[in-house]
Design a protein around this ligand. Structure first.
Ligand SMILES: Nc1nc2c(ncn2[C@@H]2O[C@H](COP(=O)(O)OP(=O)(O)OP(=O)(O)O)[C@@H](O)[C@H]2O)c(=O)[nH]1
Ligand SMILES: [Mg+2]
Length: 361
């Protein structure tokens, strides 16, 4: 699962990328706005940490989300094959919008996150529209030569998508059946991708309150409540300082700003939800680990996320919620209390389940 970091020039994209992935980029890579950077961020999970405290495993493995810093967006960039290619292959977008004041860093016009969001959204829609128009022309020619129910369906759907875009609404807000979604999948439309608006605010002494208030202050509440959209606020300056600190120092630093956790932690978690992902855990003395699956995944496919053999030879899954396991204190106790259940192939795995897959392999 990949998330593309997009935004106007100098909005703080590369800074965010570096903080998320703790990547050490060379000065050169940092300076070249046209070079895409790819990195992995650990998904923080307090539940997994507490399971690890119970098992003291040799290894602790968090879930991860991949981020791509694609470089500044604009009509021109969106015509470049390499840029478009990087952007098309991501599953979601994190759009960094500048809300911080700093006269030494150039920005076109006054600070106005909502305007910037609308401009970038517009560019994404124009790119999709161009692609749709090309495909429609092609389909029209083909349909004249021969009738094909499937091509006709695609034609109708693309016409509907075109009309939708012409009312300046992104494709992520278009209502579609699962079949229609499948028909569009190959196009990898940019405005169809789920989006997180990341508001990069100024440093202040009451940062905790400022981050809470950011969406409202910059009038983003409405746009962030649209389907497949969300918002998160961070302060790039403060996060950059946090990234350099030990955990203990970071905790003290956060509380001095009236914060419980880093803005990045919340941002990573929000991305995970926006992508429609949940975690289940495997726990033991060798390893405690979080596994990533889409919501509504069956137990047998969840087993496949661990190893394909487990999927093929799946018998049952011993299942318990993470907190019930902690309460029981051990699997044996949980079995005694009857809170450890045996689930079959079709069980829909829930966020926070701890599973042990029984298999015949
Ligand atoms: N004051 C202030 N400066 C910031 C903040 N975040 C980033 N910057 C500065 O803004 C400048 C641009 O940051 P980058 O992260 O390179 O921005 P970018 O969006 O990757 O820029 P391009 O790739 O050139 O489009 C750098 O000088 C950063 O140090 C912030 O929260 N506050
Ligand atoms: Mg950059």
């Amino acid at each position: 699962m990949k998330t593309g970091i997009i935004g106007l020039p100098q909005a703080g994209k590369t800074s965010l990328f570096r903080m998320l992935t703790k990547a050490h980029l060379s000065e050169q890579a940092y300076a070249n706005p046209r070079e895409a950077h790819i990195g992995v961020a650990k998904v923080p999970d307090d539940r997994l940490d507490r399971l690890a405290a119970l098992y003291s495993p040799k290894k602790l493995t968090h879930a991860s989300v991949e981020y791509v810093d694609v470089g500044a967006i604009g009509q021109e960039a969106l015509k470049e094959t390499a840029y478009l290619g990087n952007l098309r292959t991501v599953d979601a977008l994190a759009h960094v919008v500048r809300a911080f004041e700093d006269d030494s860093i150039p920005h076109v016009g006054p600070i106005d996150p909502l305007r910037d969001i609308k401009n970038v959204e517009f560019d994404l829609m124009v790119s999709d529209l161009g692609q749709i128009e090309k495909r429609l022309e092609r389909l029209e020619k083909d349909l004249k030569k021969m009738r094909s129910p499937e091509l006709e369906k695609e034609f109708e759907l693309l016409k509907r998508a075109k009309t939708h875009l012409e009312t300046e609404k992104p494709l992520r807000e278009l209502e579609m059946t699962p079949e229609d979604k499948k028909r569009l999948r190959g196009f990898m439309f940019l405005s169809e991708k789920p989006i997180l608006y990341v508001v990069n605010v100024s440093e202040s002494t009451q940062l905790g309150a400022d981050l809470e208030a950011a969406a409202g202050k910059f009038k983003l509440t409405e746009i962030a409540s649209h389907p497949n959209a969300g918002s998160a606020a961070i302060c790039g300056k403060v996060e950059a300082e946090l990234a350099e600190m030990s955990d203990a120092d970071a905790a003290e630093f956060l509380s001095s700003y009236g914060l419980k956790e880093s803005g990045l932690v919340r941002l990573i978690r929000t991305t995970y939800h926006l992508l429609g992902l949940i975690s289940f855990f495997t726990a033991g003395e060798d390893e405690c680990r979080a596994w990533t699956i889409p919501v509504h995944t069956r137990a047998v496919e969840a087993a496949g996320a661990i190893h394909s053999d487990l999927e093929h030879h799946f018998i049952r899954a011993e299942t318990i919620r993470w907190d019930a396991l902690l309460e029981a204190g051990s699997e044996a106790n949980a079995r005694g209390k009857g809170t450890l259940r045996l689930e079959g192939k079709d069980y829909i795995v829930q966020d926070g389940d701890v599973m042990h897959i029984r298999h015949s392999g």
